[in-house]
Design a binder for this molecule. Structure first.
Ligand code: SAM
Length: 264
């Protein structure tokens, strides 16, 4: 069983809940049509899944996550939004689905957390119908950049990448998606990038507080200490750096994401 670096603390889900089809899956939207069957793997709290379901209805939409932790919230969102989605526990390495059963198989910020993203892509391809599309998007942490400079944020980035690598995951996944698809034998691809930018007081408060919380109270924080990569005092310094950044009138952060559409 792979170790998921972030875990599902509220400080983590607070960040995932902001995600929409527009801000996180824009590269996929032109491929969507009403009536397509869509599988969202590693769906987390399901905000993207529900948005995608609105676009492919009346197609069948399933959101799977290896952890049950975020799924009640995902179900409640779908019910509130009056959108038909089935949310269930499921593992991307062994999907409980027949061969050729979905038109669209989507995974947002999931492959970076896996020890074997190539096996995951092969399994996603297995359940995709011929002519269907696989859509994957992952950040590339190494090129995350911000203003103003702060040694505490340098420590955060270095620490995050070391904890993820200690889990045999790949924090700089964005640049690797194409190579993983090729290794899985998938060659009909379109690679793109888009970025998130957080620079308004509201965005800084939300993102900075999320990461300050994650630095002191999440699976990432527990793993950093358990692996001997940081002390609690160093994690406090990382949290303080995020709060300084959130309070900076000219604070700015950019995160680059790799995206890949794969025709099956
Ligand atoms: C960074 S979150 C992304 C959640 C959602 N896709 C989003 O963007 O808001 C990654 C999710 O992948 C899930 N995950 C990790 N390994 C998985 C696996 N082997 N199979 C299915 N889901 C997995 C985690 O539990 C977590 O909820």
């Amino acid at each position: 069983m792979d170790k998921y670096t972030h875990g599902h603390a509220d400080s983590v889900l607070q960040s995932h809940r902001w995600r929409t089809a527009e801000n996180s899956a824009g590269y996929l939207l032109p491929s969507l049509r009403p009536g397509q069957d869509l599988l969202d793997v590693g769906c987390g709290p399901g905000t993207i899944t529900v948005d995608l379901a609105r676009r492919v209805g009346p197609g069948r939409v399933v959101g799977l996550d290896v952890s049950a932790a975020p799924l009640d919230e995902a179900r409640a969102l779908a019910a509130r939004s009056q959108v038909e989605v089935t949310f269930a526990v499921g593992d991307v390495y062994a999907l409980a689905a027949d061969d050729d059963s979905y038109d669209v198989v989507h995974a947002h910020q999931v492959l970076q957390h896996l020890t074997d993203p190539v096996a995951a892509l092969r399994e996603m391809a297995r359940v995709s119908r011929p002519g269907g599309v696989i859509a994957v998007r992952d950040v590339d942490y190494a090129v995350t950049t911000w203003f103003p400079a702060d040694p505490g944020l340098d420590s955060w980035l270095d620490l995050y990448r070391r904890v993820a690598r200690r889990n045999d995951a790949e924090p700089d996944a964005g640049r690797r998606l194409l190579s993983w698809a090729h290794a899985a034998g998938l060659r009909d691809t379109v690679a793109t990038t888009t970025a998130w930018c957080f620079a308004t007081p509201g965005e800084r408060s939300w993102w900075g507080n999320s990461w300050a919380g994650r630095a002191t109270g999440s699976a990432f924080a527990e793993q950093a200490v358990a692996y001997g990569l940081a002390t609690p005092a160093e994690l406090d310094d990382v949290a303080a750096a995020w709060l300084r950044w959130a309070a900076a009138d000219d604070g700015w952060l950019g995160m680059l994401h790799g995206e890949l559409l794969i025709r099956v």
